[in-house]
Design a binder for this molecule. Structure first.
Ligand SMILES: Cc1cc2nc3c(=O)[nH]c(=O)nc-3n(C[C@H](O)[C@H](O)[C@H](O)COP(=O)(O)OP(=O)(O)OC[C@H]3O[C@@H](n4cnc5c(N)ncnc54)[C@H](O)[C@@H]3O)c2cc1C
Length: 435
């Protein structure tokens, strides 16, 4: 009798979860999902958590609950550290697991381009933990600013510099600008009379939203400028000492708040040979998502760079759709015999970015047409509600957004600082096991 194949999926983001949902009831496979968090989350909306417009639980959901009804899937909380391919084994931070098939879907991490000062002192925007720490920091600094008499010093706390003018940077500067004119004025009467801070959006490209159409770029630039955001393009952030942001054009901005949305890089794990990695440290794959040099290891989504899709010779964009579509294709293939496998071809479904209330941009596939303003904003809302992982989160988010639309206010602005969890959980590190 054939034994079930043991599949280990590392990472339950867009790609990992999509694959598991499709294979989870397959009688041919036993699947273990490994993730360093015990929840799946929706990165496109973390900027709303970081600005107190949404609660984290609206955009996240526990894996164990998602997986309840999938008979052949188990969840393992842990972080991948090393691959031992000769033994078909992976080493986690809390044990080891054996596999027949390994699927890497580990996404990316923030890229600081080797600048240690920036890494240490900036506020990154990649995970829910980043978003909560950004929220706590902004709120703490706003409160601090109310007690600072010296206007130059106060301005440092109220000035925000956002590095990276892709969709995340644009969305974040838009929401901070909206906060300045609505929430901050209402909640901090002490600041009203005094000089407020400024918002800067910095990017090395010549324009905001450089991957989108010219129409989208023009519309976003115009609306952000109208909001009072200073756009500093064709310029890099070179350094940051916690008080001053140094730019490549020689200018300096006095600010405590450097928010980093300037790039991502795939994670590198020990045990993969050097030539498995392509541009931006992504794992090189063929059109079946099979990692270069391996027969039973696959990579999906942001951490993979595929060779062979003729429309994308430099790999697919690191956004949600390629991750989801690759996962669907691989799941379908794994359910068939290998002779029937289909190579992956990406279908561009267009791109969206929101600038603020009633203002968004939409590029249709291949940027053939684009749309901006209210209709694009409604489509943005629909797409993002539908992208959330379960019905409750969809309803809760819609309710929050309607509330915000009517009252121009939102009230998730609590500074909640968890105790040092690592200290509390230290004793539990001894629960290592081998499977
Ligand atoms: C702020 C932000 C906004 C974005 N907005 C958009 C948008 O509007 N539209 C869009 O299409 N895309 C957007 N993206 C990009 C999109 O989120 C990614 O392209 C997508 O998440 C990639 O999916 P993935 O499954 O490859 O990786 P991810 O979704 O990143 O999932 C990776 C998973 O791997 C886990 N993991 C990582 N390392 C380990 C390890 N060592 N061990 C175990 N588990 C590990 C992580 O916990 C995570 O669950 C945004 C990204 C960010 C950061």
């Amino acid at each position: 009798m054939d034994l079930n194949k043991k599949i280990i999926v590392i990472g339950g983001g867009f790609a990992g979860l999509e694959l598991i949902k499709r294979l989870g009831n397959s009688k041919k496979h036993d699947i273990v999902l490994v993730d360093s968090n015990n929840y799946n989350f929706f990165p496109p909306l973390i900027y709303q958590v970081s600005s107190g417009f949404m609660e984290p639980s609206s955009i996240s959901y526990p894996f164990r609950k998602i997986l309840r009804n999938l008979k052949n899937v188990r969840f393992r909380l842990g972080s991948l550290e090393q691959l031992v391919p000769d033994e078909n084994k992976i080493i986690l931070n809390n044990g080891e697991l054996k596999y027949d098939i390994l699927i890497m879907a580990t996404g990316t991490e923030t890229n600081y381009f080797g600048n240690k000062n920036i890494e240490e002192k900036c506020l990154p925007m990649k995970t829910i933990s980043d978003a909560l720490s950004l929220r706590n920091t902004i709120l703490t600094r706003l409160d601090l600013a109310t007690r600072i008499e010296n206007s130059e010093e106060r301005k440092k706390y109220l000035t925000f510099v956002i590095a990276g003018a892709g969709p995340t940077g644009v969305e974040l500067s838009g929401i901070i600008a909206e906060m300045s004119t609505s929430v901050i004025i209402k909640d901090y009467p002490e600041l009203k009379e005094k000089d407020t801070g400024e918002i800067y959006l910095i990017d090395g490209q010549k324009t905001v939203l450089s991957s989108m159409s010219l129409n989208a770029q023009k519309y976003a630039s115009k609306k952000l400028s109208k909001y009072g955001v200073n756009l500093v393009m064709d310029t890099f952030v070179e350094d940051f000492d916690g008080e001053t942001v140094q730019l490549s054009n020689g200018n300096k901005i006095n600010s405590k708040n450097l928010i980093w949305a300037a790039g991502v890089v795939a994670k590198v794990f020990k045990g993969f040979p050097k030539n498995s990695f392509g541009n931006n440290k992504r794992l090189k794959t063929n059109q079946f998502n099979q990692v270069h040099l391996f027969e039973n290891i696959y990579a999906l989504g942001d951490c993979a760079i595929m060779d062979g899709d003729k429309n994308y010779p430099n790999g697919h964009p690191q956004v949600a759709q390629p991750a989801i579509q690759q996962a669907k294709n691989l799941a379908d293939n794994l359910l068939k015999s290998q002779e029937e496998w289909k190579p992956f071809v990406y279908k561009d479904k267009g791109s969206l970015a929101i600038i603020g209330r009633n203002k968004a941009v939409l590029d249709f596939p291949k940027q053939k047409y684009s749309l901006s303003g209210f209709i694009a904003w409604l489509i943005w809302i629909f797409v993002h509600i539908m992208g959330l992982v379960n019905f409750k989160n969809k309803i809760r988010t819609l309710y929050n957004w309607i509330g915000y639309y009517i009252y121009k206010d939102q009230s998730f602005r609590m500074i909640i600082k968890p105790n040092n969890l690592r200290k509390q959980l230290n004793g539990e590190k001894t629960y290592h096991n081998k499977v």
